[in-house]
Design a protein around this ligand. Structure first.
Ligand code: WT7
Length: 649
């Protein structure tokens, strides 16, 4: 499908972004391409509150990145909470900053900028009271309570570096992250609530911190009031921590390039990497892209139903929207609780104008009766966003026609943890859309497609997606391991940022992301490295070798298929499969599950020992007839065994 869908009038009428037509997009894109420093300095000064306005644009680039990180606005000084809170407090203190809905639809809360300011200041003062200083690392391990956003902002207020760990991660995964960043303090809650189930967050923290002397304090928000153990001398409740703290807290002034946060994400090899985002560039880029892509208007109710444990929650629930003074919605539950009408029920009750979710949720809901959508009034909606994985045209059309009643436009936003914010996407009032295409690059983003030798391909073509020039929101380094950052992103195609995605560009210059070309699997928008899966499964004594590949899954986007080679004498079967699932849950988290296991006599390897995942991928995609020449394998007969043992998916 490649027909153009024009932007509906409801979206073009009254647009406030200056990019309100394709011609305007072109003009802005060209200006940013020809003069990136001038363009971004204007945006930064225009959208952000500075203690000292920057005069410098970019210092360094992709050719010098191996020596040191590049910098944006290096002479600028600011505290990003002044942009996110204080200035709105001055202008309209009683406007709603955070509109929260809990697991039960009746459990709602509206937090004004005045209240947000008070709560952030009190917690910031508590952090200082417990010895947290500028540059210290604080782990946040919470569910979708408003306090998670308050905790992030309180860290930023005192210049501490937060690292939010998604509340589904196991104690092992949490411990790895605590250790990697040397966190001194953890903020958590007693239990999470999701779909009527309780998630033992504090208990998981306790297990993660067994023997971790580096964490001196745990602050625990009481969400459910459950009886949980408190470690004497280490743990304190949120209520006790903020009790008696002053309601004002002078923001700690940071350099633009001071780290704002670390967020761990999976790659093709090794342990997750802690990507570092910095204050000035990140807040500039998230504020700019949020207002531009969605055409944020005064009074809009903006809802992104992601989790703050992922980058989408950082950039487009907390930082971008609050910097723009929007009312940002936070949702604790799931799209199917109490039933699959929950999103549209919320749209009706809160009069949501902009709604942003993931393709996997759209596919899940599209599989249910449309009546669960149409029974609610969705006339407030104007822009519908999607993020996290490629969206199939059928789901896109359903989103636009059934949910949006053809009045709304769809913004399919491509970006990554590494990019900090949206890079390729329609701009709501400007860009005619095509189902399945992320369309055109944002101003300041210069995509290019290269073949496997790194040669740039021009015109309509496909290739590996790279970006030619830094932008302010790009991650600067991997925490504690700059060499790994350089090796991962800048060594495959020297002088370019390599995204890890494959992509096609059509005759209109529209981009179509085809998915990862590395060993990263995207399950329901959760990014997971095959290496992490494999090392978790390899923990079992019965397992000699293991290789994990992704396969196309109708709802989750990708599923996980594990090929397992057992030790001599081990018994294959359900009992072993269950122990492998348990190992995954323990090492990574409940969201890490293999859909299928297949026991094989050996992995397909070249004579030099390289595992040929390409062959296994073809088999699970049902394309065993396209395996090509396997004669160079050390033992070609294993391929026959793999094909013979494959039972479909
Ligand atoms: C990977 C990044 C961006 C926030 C959530 C995911 C895939 C993301 C799209 C899209 C096709 C997409 C890519 C990318 N992806 N958005 N609109 N169309 N693919 O962040 O966990 O860092 O994952 O998600 O493969 O590389 P992440």
């Amino acid at each position: 499908m490649s027909e153009l869908w024009p932007v509906p009038e409801r979206v073009t009428n009254g647009a406030v972004t200056p990019i309100n037509s394709l011609a305007a997009w072109r003009e802005h894109w060209l200006r940013a391409a020809n003069d990136p420093n001038g363009f971004w300095l204007d945006v930064a000064r225009d959208l952000i509150v500075w203690q000292q306005e920057p005069q410098q644009g970019l210092v360094g680039d992709y050719t010098t990145v191996q020596d040191q990180p590049f910098a944006w606005f290096a002479d600028g000084r600011l505290n990003i909470t002044e942009s996110c809170i204080d200035r709105h407090l001055a202008e309209r203190p009683d406007d709603i900053a955070i509109l929260w809905e809990g697991d039960e639809p009746t459990d709602t809360r509206a937090i004004s900028f005045r209240e947000l300011h008070r709560d952030v200041c009190k917690l910031a003062n508590a952090l200082t009271h417990h010895g947290i200083q500028k540059g210290d690392r604080v782990i946040i391990y919470m569910g979708m309570v408003a306090e998670a956003a308050i905790a992030m902002l309180a860290c930023a207020r005192v210049g501490a570096v937060h690292s939010v760990v998604f509340g589904g991660f196991s104690s092992e995964a949490l411990r790895d992250r605590v250790r990697d960043c040397n966190a001194e303090l953890v903020i958590t809650q007693d239990e999470g609530l999701r779909g009527g189930r309780r998630i033992p967050l504090k208990e998981t923290v306790d297990r993660a911190l067994l023997g971790e002397a580096g964490v001196r304090r745990v602050i625990m928000y009481e969400r459910t009031g459950a009886e949980v153990g408190m470690v004497e001398g280490r743990d304190i409740s949120w209520a006790d921590a903020v009790d008696g703290m002053a309601e004002q807290c002078t923001p700690v002034v940071c350099d633009a390039e001071d780290p704002l946060y670390i967020l761990y994400t999976s790659g093709s090899t090794g342990k997750p990497k802690g990507l570092v985002h910095t204050c000035g560039g990140y807040i500039t880029y998230t504020a700019y892209t949020h207002r531009t892509v969605f055409d944020l208007r005064p009074g809009d109710i903006y809802a992104c139903v992601a989790d703050v444990g992922w980058v989408t929650g950082h950039s487009y629930i907390v930082y971008g929207p609050l910097a723009n003074g929007a009312t940002t919605f936070m949702f604790e539950s799931t799209p199917v609780y109490p039933d699959a009408g929950r999103y549209w029920d919320m749209v009706e009750r809160h009069k949501i104008n902009i709604f942003y979710t993931a393709p996997t949720a759209i596919r899940t809901l599209a599989a249910e009766s449309d009546e669960l959508v149409t029974r609610y009034d969705r006339s407030s909606l104007r822009v519908l966003g999607t993020v996290g994985e490629p969206i199939n045209p059928e789901a896109w059309v359903w989103y636009r026609e059934v949910v949006g009643e053809e009045r709304c436009t769809i913004v399919d936003t491509w970006w990554q943890t590494e990019t900090g914010g949206i890079c390729i996407s329609p701009i709501a009032p400007a860009t005619p859309t095509k189902p399945g295409s992320a369309t055109l690059p944002m101003p300041g983003i210069m995509p290019l497609l290269v073949d496997s030798d790194g040669h740039e391909q021009h015109g309509p073509t496909s290739g590996h997606l790279c970006i030619a020039h830094p932008w302010p929101g790009q991650a600067r380094t991997v925490w504690g391991d700059h060499a790994r950052y350089v090796a991962t992103y800048f060594s495959t195609y020297p002088g370019r940022y390599f995204t890890g995605d494959g992509c096609r560009r059509d005759a209109d210059g529209y981009y179509w992301i085809t998915g990862r070309v590395d060993d990263v699997i995207n399950v329901s928008g959760h990014r997971m490295g095959t290496a992490e899966f494999e090392s978790a499964i390899l923990v079992l004594d019965e397992v000699a070798e293991c290789a994990v590949v992704g396969f196309p899954h109708p709802v989750k986007g990708q599923g996980v298929y594990a090929f397992v080679v057992m030790q001599p004498g081990a018994q294959p079967g359900e009992a072993l499969e269950k122990r492998m699932q348990d190992a995954l849950r323990q090492q990574i988290g409940a969201h890490a599950r293999a859909d299928r296991y297949q026991f094989i006599p050996g992995l397909p390897k070249t004579r030099s020992g390289k595992v040929m995942r390409r062959i296994m991928r073809k088999v699970v995609e049902g394309r065993s007839d396209e395996l090509g020449d396997v004669s160079t394998l050390a033992d070609p007969t294993v391929v026959d065994a793999i094909v013979a043992g494959f039972r479909g998916i």
